[in-house]
Design a protein around this ligand. Structure first.
Ligand code: HEM
Ligand SMILES: [Cu+2]
Length: 548
């Protein structure tokens, strides 16, 4: 069967040239793959920056790079990882590819808008990278661009700020596209509570993209105005208020952490039922908890500012609300563990990544509560404890889920299988390496090692040296994954349409999918995860009607 690799719709009529057929394609699957290529290249760039930092941190004192270069490196690493990689991350790549397939749709509601989002994203990437070679070098503010420093520094912050603004625009349009698609293009019969849970994750994410992103857009625009025209909004020497900046920034950036994690949670909820061969435990509570995490997530931003001089009342309220977000998250973890309980667990590569991600995320989440407790945070604020906490949630949690999802849908996207053994080795190296890399940083932070410092007291040396070993393992694992995917593409076995025994709609069409996904509109009169005696319970005929 001819797949979307052969055929495509383009925005300006038809083209013979293969490059133009990719550049102008409005097919969600092609756009997803383009995002993937660029995003993972950026990820590897940001990892290289991190490895350079880790080398510098190998011993106290100055090793290879100047202190100012270190400041620019962690800013480059943070900006790239957050704004260019993990915020658009899962939605724009796996979401774009899989969402229409899961809904039984031929594409997103607005394929041209999808192309525009992608071009805006590219523009943002080019602008962000341009700060490497223009002005006085990359921003040195940290990814948070705190005022008034971001207004006064000589480094090139304008291009990064504008880049983040444009990326925000791209993100809002993707969110709109997903919300409309989920409301309008579900297959007949698929009610909201029959949607796969990855769709629920993307849905909650899309609302955050629409509602929270404008806040950061305007905030960054204000910093741009202040830098260029000297209006006093955030700079106290001009009558501005730097704390206002922190509020505005975190009103977006806390919900943004759920932008990153909710699609990841969605992947967990897809992979678990398939590799335990049973229906997910507590489908509705998982779906609703995604929505409530998105909702409560708006009310907790102040926990980033406990030491900024807010009133005690505000601090106690923010601390309390922070604990509230843990409840729906705990509900999910409970449901996942209950799904595993007495399931016939199949430890294939995607499942290993997901199990690893749950373990790491539990550590990341619980240390988040430690930081949410007011008293503890006064001690731990701005130390490596915080850095370890968010690497546990984002790298150990979201990136693990992302990689798990890539392994899970790899056969659907490519039509091929990767090598299982290599996949498992890569997982093992990463799981061990990641924990060796980041666990010592909890201890260093607890003992008082501040973050964003090029140097440290000699007492902290052992922690950083152990971390360096972990970083090497992580890097090796990433290279093995890349190699495995490449080899799979070249000489992998043909996967067939449903290698894992998945039940959601994407597993009922050929791999790789044809141009418009479904030759007929499916009718969905079944739940997303139905298994009977370890086998998928639902079979569809060629018209996508259930075979009794
Ligand atoms: C692959 C292995 C990684 C290593 C070795 C690593 C290492 C580091 C190091 C050494 C710092 C600077 C700590 C400091 O001086 O305060 C840092 C900061 C940071 N990292 Fe990573 N990291 C990795 C992956 C990631 C990922 C996957 C993300 C997110 C998707 C991420 C997001 C961040 C952020 C947001 C910061 C804070 C930057 C700032 O302070 O402005 N990192 N990382
Ligand atoms: Cu937060």
């Amino acid at each position: 069967m001819r797949s979307f690799y052969h055929d495509t719709h383009t925005v300006f009529g038809s083209h013979k040239n293969q490059v133009l057929r990719w550049v102008f394609s409005i097919d969600h699957k092609r756009i997803a793959l383009l995002y993937m290529g660029v995003m993972f290249s950026l990820f590897f760039l940001a990892v290289s920056a991190a490895l350079t930092m880790r080398m510098e941190l190998f011993s106290p004192g100055s090793q290879y790079i100047a202190p100012q270069t270190y400041n620019q490196l962690f800013t480059f690493h943070g900006v790239t990882m957050i704004f260019l990689f993990i915020i658009p991350g899962i939605s724009a790549t796996l979401g774009n590819f899989i969402l229409p397939l899961m809904l039984g749709a031929r594409d997103l509601s607005f394929p041209r808008l999808n192309l525009l989002s992608w071009w805006l994203y590219l523009l943002g990437v080019v602008m962000a990278l341009s700060s490497l070679v223009t002005g006085h070098g990359f921003a040195d503010t940290g990814w948070t661009f705190y005022a008034p420093y971001s207004i006064r520094t000589d480094a090139q912050v304008l291009t990064s700020l504008s880049a983040a603004f444009i990326l925000g625009l791209s993100s809002i349009l993707t969110g709109l596209n997903f919300v409309v698609t989920i409301h309008r293009l579900r297959a007949p019969g698929m009610t909201f509570f029959k949607m796969p849970l990855f769709v629920w994750g993307l849905y909650a994410t899309a609302w955050i993209q629409i509602l929270a992103t404008p806040v950061v857009g305007i905030t960054l625009l204000l910093v741009i105005l202040e830098r260029t025209f000297g209006v006093g909004i955030f700079d106290p020497s001009k009558g501005g208020d730097p704390i206002l900046y922190e509020h505005l920034f975190w009103i977006y950036s806390h919900p943004a952490v759920y932008l990153m994690i909710l699609p990841g949670f969605g992947i967990v909820s897809e992979v678990l039922p398939v590799f335990t061969r049973r229906t997910i435990f507590g489908y509705r509570s998982i779906a609703i908890s995604s929505a409530s995490i998105a909702g409560i997530g708006y009310l907790v931003w102040g926990h980033h500012m406990f030491t900024s001089g807010m009133s005690d009342t505000a601090r106690v309220i923010f601390s309390f609300l922070t604990f509230m977000v843990a409840i729906p998250t705990g509900v999910k973890i409970f449901d996942w563990v209950a799904t595993l309980y007495k399931g016939s667990i199949i430890l294939a590569t995607p499942m290993l990544w997901i199990l690893g991600s749950i373990i790491n995320f539990i550590i990341g989440g619980l240390t988040g509560l430690t930081l949410g407790a007011l008293g503890a945070d006064i001690h731990l604020h701005d130390t490596y404890f915080v850095v370890a906490h968010f690497h546990y949630t984002i790298l150990g949690g979201v990136v693990f889920m992302f990689i798990g999802g890539l392994h899970y849908w790899y056969p659907k996207i490519t039509g091929k299988l990767y090598d299982e053994l290599r996949g498992k080795i890569a997982f093992g190296l990463m799981f061990i390496g990641f924990n060796i890399l980041w666990f010592p940083m909890f201890l260093a932070g607890f003992l008082g090692n501040p973050r964003r410092y090029f140097d440290y007291l000699p007492t902290f040396t052992p922690f950083h040296q152990v971390a360096a070993l972990g970083a090497v393992l992580v890097a090796i694992s990433l290279l093995i994954i890349l190699f495995n995917f490449y080899k799979g593409l070249k000489n992998g076995k043909i996967s067939g349409s449903n290698p894992w025994g998945g039940t959601t709609l994407e597993w009922h069409i050929p791999s790789p999918p044809p141009l418009e996904n479904f030759s007929n509109v499916p009718y969905v009169d079944f739940e997303p995860y139905e298994y009977e005696e370890g086998e998928p319970a639902v079979h569809l005929d060629e018209n996508f009607r259930r075979v009794k």
